[in-house]
Design a protein. Structure first.
Length: 371
């Protein structure tokens, strides 16, 4: 039995991770849960899974027979074997480092952890001989395609993106897009932040940076393709021209389960299967940077490296909040991020403290952005 702790248990990924645990019976024991401010749902989860360790940023926790800990204490606790990092934003950074330094296996769904501090995270994981299992559907797909392959024989990693709800929207109408419209993703059910990032393709730019660190691949060998059907989750091209792809119905429970059960593949009846006779066509196209400037900004920040990716994450998080609160327009998201990156004085090979300082500066600058 694998003892797991889920950081961000009340969020979209956290809830689906608990669905997977519930469906797999006695394969996993939930020993730790950590959540933000949704105390009602956390109370229900505590009642069902009876964890011995709990953390909440809300402070006042539901009643129960458990130990109250910080995120870092929970992630590094001796009773935990595997840590599911399903928090959003920089909240996942320090607990992930704590888990790695304690020798825990990591199932990672938090994009910002590797985007902000990929060099530090990867070096720490190597030093402590810790495996990082990706939960993102795209990185899980790449991971699955790379099983049994020599990394030196890989020519390109190809990440797919649905293109979001505005892939075919007239460009002149994008300025009038509302938060309610942007939250209507055509294929995935996700939290608000990642749904908006999917509409701007910022999430795909961050995934390019993640892939660079997860698979030790230069940016020049990582490509993004728009694939509206969301059936092909990513592809790997090898030096001989052969291509492997991972396909499935879009369902986040599948990559979550693969990360939890690796190296096994476990059967679950609830997962939908592809009906190949009804599937129809699968289409691919190159992304339009005029329509998706956030994708270009993210890749450029990744190539610059240092503190630029942390500034990218912080500025985007603030810009998305401003958009969701109707304080800026949809097209202003990329403008906030671009101007914040332009004003930043980058630091190469930063320490964790320098990354967090850059994060704080970027948040303050973005908050005060004016058209």
């Amino acid at each position: 039995m694998v003892r797991i702790a889920i950081l961000g248990s009340t969020g979209s990924i956290g809830r689906q991770a608990l669905e997977v645990v519930r469906s797999l019976g006695n394969r996993f024991e939930v020993v730790g849960l950590a959540a933000g401010r949704n105390l009602s749902l956390l109370a229900d989860q505590i009642k069902e899974f009876k964890p011995r360790l709990v953390s909440s940023e809300a402070g006042q926790l539901p009643l129960g027979d458990y130990q109250s800990l910080s995120l870092e204490e929970l992630a590094s606790h001796p009773e935990v074997d595997l840590v599911v990092v399903a928090t959003s934003g920089k909240a996942g950074l320090t607990p992930t480092l704590a888990a790695i330094r304690a020798g825990k296996r990591i199932a990672l769904a938090n994009k910002e952890v590797l985007v902000m501090a990929g060099e530090i995270i990867v070096n720490e994981a190597r030093q402590h001989n810790v495996e990082i299992f990706p939960i993102d559907s795209e990185h899980s797909a790449l991971w699955q395609c790379l099983q049994g392959e020599e990394r030196g024989k890989v020519a390109r990693l190809i990440l797919t993106a649905s293109g979001g709800p505005f892939r075919n929207h007239p460009l002149e109408q994008l300025a009038r897009v509302t938060p309610e419209e942007a939250l209507q993703h055509p294929t995935w059910q996700m939290g608000e932040k990642v749904t908006i990032d999917s509409a701007t393709l910022m999430n795909k730019g961050m995934e390019v940076i993640e892939a660079r660190w997860l698979f030790d691949m230069p940016f020049e060998n990582i490509q993004v393709l728009i694939h509206p059907q969301s059936i092909v989750h990513s592809l790997v091209e090898f030096v001989d021209g052969s291509v492997k792809a991972q396909l499935s119905i879009p369902d986040m429970r599948l990559p979550i389960q693969y990360a939890l059960s690796y190296p096994e593949r476990l059967a679950i009846q609830q997962f939908s299967r592809i009906d190949w006779g009804k599937l129809g066509s699968l289409t691919f196209e190159r992304p339009d940077f005029n329509r998706f400037p956030c994708l270009k900004l993210a890749v450029e920040a990744g190539k610059k490296g240092g503190t630029y990716p942390a500034v990218l994450c912080a500025a985007d998080e603030v810009a998305v909040k401003l958009f969701l609160s109707h304080r800026i327009g949809f097209l202003d998201i990329s403008r906030v991020v671009e101007e914040t990156l332009e004003r930043h004085q980058g630091i190469s090979h930063p320490s964790l403290e320098e990354i967090l300082t850059a994060d704080r500066w970027a948040r303050e600058y973005a908050e005060n952005w004016r058209r």
